[in-house]
Design a protein around this ligand. Sequence first.
Ligand SMILES: *[C@@H]1O[C@H](CO)[C@@H](O)[C@H](O)[C@H]1NC(C)=O
Length: 329
Amino acid sequence: MAALMCSSCHSLLLILLMDVAASVNGQGGLQTGFYSSTCPKAESTVRSTVEKYFNRDATVAPGLLRLHFHDCFVQGCDASVLISGSSAEKSAFQNFGLRGFEVVDDAKSQLETACPGLVSCADILALAARDAVDLTGGPSWSVPLGRRDGMISSASEATSLPSPADSVAVQRQKFADKGLTDQDLVTLVGAHTIGQTDCLFFRYRLYNFTATGNADPSINQAFLGQLRALCPQNGDGSKRVALDKDSMSTFDVSFFKNVRDGNAVLESDQRLWEDGNTHDIVRNYAGNIRGLLGLRFDFEFRKSMIKMSSIGVKTDTQGEIRKICSKFN
Ligand SMILES: *[C@@H]1O[C@H](CO)[C@@H](O)[C@H](O)[C@H]1NC(C)=O
């Protein structure tokens, strides 16, 4: 039995590895090692900068991952989310609570000194997201690079982002619009293993859900009490709560066990357990063969991240390389 499990485990790994290798080329013209001759310190500079902030406050890791995700879903992964201004993407309601901007700005200013005009803000963000996952105990991967920074940033376009109240059908459509499957959807939502959210994004589930006067019945009763204590009905809406109650600082599969057990914080996460297709994917990740499933999630997460971080990228002569990430040149 043990031998059987091991051999199937190896062939699974092999298939996944081959998939990853095959997908590296042809991601919208991106390539790994893009800066190896023009700015050899690009990747190590981003890494050391992320580490510096992470050592001060580990919650910057999910912040960077979310920042990259929100960038990619609007105008593609082109740093449009980093632009400042009252009508810029960053100011949209969907982007409330985004953080990690200072990490990108810090890495950018070091790289502008070392190799001016070469490393895009969009690439810095993609690298920082990879490093954030690695620092919290998740997988690492080679990031295909060569993104250029976009010239448009508009708050009104942020509606393409998934919302915490979206049904599975709506989440599925928003991911499909970006070329991502149900498998990618569930896998990428697994990033909530290290995430936090604000009370205002889920408090409506706790007190008067769909005007019934009761809480969302899919919330585990014991957990409901804990959530109500963390987010009183008229308390501070910007108070932060962990999305994976058991291990918010470790990148692991316990988030999926929480979804299975009615312990998801966001409605959109809990709904993944109710749709036939996403249910099966969650159940697989949440299963009991701990080491193997952790490994499986790690491999799938790499694959889905490489896919997501190549959405709508601009390369070659498109866009620009910004001098300052918060401003167009
Ligand atoms: C729940 O919301 C509905 C609609 O806004 C309202 O009519 C009702 O009084 C509320 N119930 C409670 C218990 O607050």
